[in-house]
Design a protein around this ligand. Structure first.
Ligand code: MG
Length: 205
């Protein structure tokens, strides 16, 4: 499958596999005529590019939610720390500069609406129905469950819930996204569609 993306995706920092990105694109293309999409955990904009390219085609929009201070694993000394994203002046991770650069380079500023906030505050008064929600935020159980509880209820009928980093084997990775996946499957609200590598896709019944 070849998708025409507006920039060379290999130049964008991130942890999304190309086949996972392509699946996000295809499902966003199907779902986004039903309403705006929302992703949680935009980081430097890799998944944003895939979803927003589909949204632009259907004249929809993508809300890209991230506090841009990095998850636990992005902090100095941790496994996925990237010194390029460290703001020396304020001594914090700031992935927003890189995110904005990505979206601007891709010409997607009229499709992507960045929300620089935590899930808790962004969802507090949220009322807009969503056609697709992609959960790829913090991977602690508290964070992953919080994202599911805050956003899954806003997905419209036939809309898509996508969850990244689902590992059934604890040797392969953290278990929080898998717990959320199981919870969604057991909720009676979603039907499993497919898994592409560690990306799980469900449809709102
Ligand atoms: Mg991820």
């Amino acid at each position: 499958m070849t998708i025409e993306l507006p920039i060379d995706i290999e130049t964008v920092k991130g942890f999304l596999d190309n086949s996972e990105g392509e699946a996000l694109y295809q499902y966003a293309l199907q779902a986004s005529p039903l309403g705006p999409c929302l992703e949680i955990g935009s980081y430097c904009g890799k998944s944003t590019i895939y979803i927003a390219t589909a949204c632009r085609k259907t004249d929809s929009v993508l809300y890209a939610l991230d506090h841009h201070r990095g998850s636990e694993e992005h902090q100095p000394g941790e496994e996925y720390y990237d010194p390029d994203l460290y703001d020396e002046k304020d001594q914090v991770i700031d992935s927003f500069r890189e995110f904005r650069r990505t979206i601007t380079r891709a010409g997607l500023t009229d499709t992507v609406i960045p929300i620089i906030a935590s899930t808790n505050i962004a969802s507090k008064k949220w009322q807009t129905p969503l056609s697709m929600v992609f959960i790829d935020g913090g991977h602690s159980l508290e964070a992953a469950l919080g994202d599911y509880r805050s956003w899954a209820g806003h997905i419209v009928k036939n809309g898509i819930l996508a969850i990244h980093d689902i590992f059934t084997d604890p040797e392969e990775g953290g278990q929080a996204p898998y717990q959320v996946w199981k919870m969604a499957c057991a909720s009676g609200l979603f039907k499993e569609i497919e898994k592409v590598k560690s990306l799980g896709l469900l449809r709102r019944i």
